[in-house]
Design a binder for this molecule. Structure first.
Ligand SMILES: Nc1nc2c(c(=O)[nH]1)N[C@H]1C(S)=C(S)[C@@H](COP(=O)(O)O)O[C@H]1N2
Ligand SMILES: [Mo]
Length: 421
């Protein structure tokens, strides 16, 4: 099985990349991170070289797909203008004030007016003691497939929150970034204060993020500072952060809610293919690769199923729960992480990784990505439909337990295969 997939990947690199780019995920084309190839000790060096040169588990910060609003896009402003509006590390300032409409009682708000706003040096100083790093896929609730997978680094928001000396009437925090000083362009998100102060289960904290894959956060990724909300979809992770309001409001007031989106939805588990030949010869095994987004409920299995077109399906089984699914292989951690991290070394004290070995302590990593591969048995000539689905750690098959589109993509992918005589 291994050599067959290796050969296939080599031959179809361009195709795989294009397919993946078409899905909007520049960085995770992942063929290079397919470690099933790494198991093979007698590999042809030419094959090794091409595999090493391919894309990887971590996405290069420049290769994330960008989902940004604003005219002009804040990250497109020339550097001197970014300096002027506080979008460089030298000039950045963050205000944390009480919400005038639903005031929280604060002993010491951080404001420009009182010269107490937080600057970048102050944030880094907090970082010396409190900085955290964790892996996370950034996924737009509306786009569906991940925009990129990275290791995000920053200071837990609660450390900054405590500086304001909150006392009472604090139930929610809402926040936004630079938006060309045009209220119509404001893109706002919000979180309950409880989530900011405490991390349920073993989730990472909500952070004020200034590094991605060990490098300063670029303007396009929201630098100098963005929020990163670990278990959320992208719209919670506001870029070019400038303002936070501590509020007694008790419900979400996110800009994303205005489009019928479920703004309280945590990341779902789902899978998709990266490469699947559209046409194959009869009775020849069919190599398939793909990725999975590991949502809040983890990832136990990836499964595949090929259905002959026209074949009867049981009635009232809209999620194909009764289909004869078979398990694909979830690939182990890659040898080459990619994403531009220095020396192929996961940054020290990244949550979920062992510092000494640089290896993950569990796999796959929740809120991040995994890759999978399988070799389907050869088929008789005809038209078929290929499907893949995940089973989460609770044993629930995709798209359940939360199948509704506006809470994030989870529909079962289906692709045609033609088997030629
Ligand atoms: N200030 C601001 N932050 C923002 C956005 C925006 O338009 N403005 N877009 C959000 C959305 S909808 C998503 S999906 C993510 C995308 O992050 P990325 O561009 O780094 O991939 O950023 C979020 N943060
Ligand atoms: Mo988004």
């Amino acid at each position: 099985m291994k050599p067959a997939i290796a050969k296939f990947l080599l031959e179809h690199t361009a195709l795989t990349r294009r397919y993946f780019l078409g899905c909007g995920v520049a960085g995770i084309a992942a063929v290079g991170s397919l470690p099933l190839l790494a198991d093979d000790r007698n590999r042809d060096p030419k094959l090794q070289k091409s595999l090493d040169a391919l894309e990887s588990w971590l996405t290069d910060p420049d290769e994330f797909r960008d989902v940004s609003r604003g005219k002009p896009l804040p990250h497109s402003l020339p550097e001197d203008q970014r300096k002027e509006v506080g979008l460089t590390r030298e000039t950045w300032k963050l205000e944390l004030a009480s919400d005038p409409d639903n005031p929280a009682k604060l002993g010491s708000p951080l404001t420009k007016e009182n010269n107490t706003a937080l600057d970048f040096a102050g944030l880094l100083q907090l970082g010396e003691k409190h900085a955290v790093r964790f892996a996370k896929a950034m996924t737009c609730l509306n786009v569906g497939c991940p925009l990129g997978n990275g290791i995000w680094e920053g200071v837990p928001l609660r450390e900054v929150l405590w500086l304001t000396q909150p006392r009472e009437d604090l139930r929610r925090i809402f926040y936004y970034g630079y938006h060309n000083d045009d209220p119509k362009q404001m893109f706002r998100s919000s979180l309950p204060v409880g989530r900011v102060l405490e991390d349920p289960f073993d989730l990472p904290p909500v952070i004020l993020c200034y590094k991605l894959n060990g490098q300063w956060l670029s303007p396009e990724r929201g630098g100098p500072v963005r929020v990163v909300f670990p278990e959320g979809y992208g719209f919670k992770s506001i870029k070019w952060l400038t303002h936070m309001y501590l509020s007694n409001l008790f419900y979400a007031n996110d800009t994303y809610g205005e489009q019928n989106n479920d703004v309280d939805s945590p990341l779902k588990t789902f899978c998709a293919t990266l490469s699947l030949p559209a046409k194959v010869k009869a009775n020849e095994p069919i190599p398939v690769t793909g990725y999975a987004q590991v949502g809040i409920s983890g990832l136990k299995k990836v499964q595949v199923w090929v259905q002959k077109d026209g074949e009867e399906l049981p009635p009232n089984d809209r999620y194909f729960a009764q289909a004869p699914w078979s398990d694909a292989k979830i690939l182990p951690p890659p040898e080459v992480w990619g994403g531009g991290i220095a020396d192929n070394r996961i940054p020290p004290s990244t949550m979920g990784f062992d510092d000494e070995t640089g290896q993950p302590t569990t796999w796959p990593i929740r809120l991040s990505m995994a890759h999978w591969a399988t070799l389907l048995p050869g088929l008789a000539p005809g038209e078929y439909t290929f499907r893949c689905r995940t089973i989460d750690d609770k044993g629930i098959g995709q798209p359940l337990p939360r199948p509704f589109r506006k809470s994030g993509h989870s529909a079962i992918e289906q692709l045609p295969i033609t088997v030629e005589a």
